[in-house]
Design a protein around this ligand. Structure first.
Ligand SMILES: [Zn+2]
Length: 170
């Protein structure tokens, strides 16, 4: 089932999400629905708060399904090591139509659980590292616009509010 994606300034996008404690049928169903929603939106990553569930769960695919679908799931992720820097244009399914350069770490080491609740360590670099940081931010109520220098952030927020007023957001 394709889920509705919350858009800025929905309050659920600003909440700190809680840890997932139980691998339930309900959780498995949410994961499947999030995968479907991710591909339907041609996204690289989707965090549970974006579909209204304030829990620490992320589905991502660094190819956005363009070279065969290979969805990955991380639960209760934690960045345990970072290195370097990259500035790459970024967008967000919750802030449709806006793409701006965002400064991120070049590599991150992430500790998490996979969709069967097995502990995993991911050494991510470049695009994958950027997706991880963007999606983990969502679990903490942080959006990519918060990562911009103050002046650009304010300009972009005003621009987004004008678009919302014009009814350009879902
Ligand atoms: Zn996003």
């Amino acid at each position: 089932m394709i889920l509705d994606i919350a858009t800025f300034p929905s309050p659920v996008l600003r909440k700190k999400a809680v840890e997932v404690e139980l691998l339930s049928d309900e959780l498995r169903e949410l994961i499947e629905n999030m995968k479907e929603t991710l591909y339907n939106a041609n996204g690289f990553g989707l965090a549970a708060p974006q579909v209204g569930e304030s829990i620490r769960l992320i589905v991502y695919d660094e190819t956005a399904g363009k070279v065969g679908k290979n969805p990955k799931v991380i639960i209760n992720p934690e960045i345990i090591q970072t290195e370097g820097e990259q500035i790459v244009e970024e967008g967000c399914l919750s802030i449709p139509g806006e793409f701006v350069p965002v400064k991120r770490y070049l590599t991150v080491k992430v500790r998490a659980l996979d969709e069967d609740f097995n502990p995993i360590i991911i050494d991510a670099e470049g695009n994958t590292a950027r997706i991880m940081q963007h999606e983990i931010d969502h679990l903490n109520g942080v959006l990519f616009i918060d990562r911009l220098p103050a002046f650009r952030r304010d300009t972009l927020k005003k621009h987004i509010k004008r678009r919302i007023a014009r009814g350009e957001y879902a």
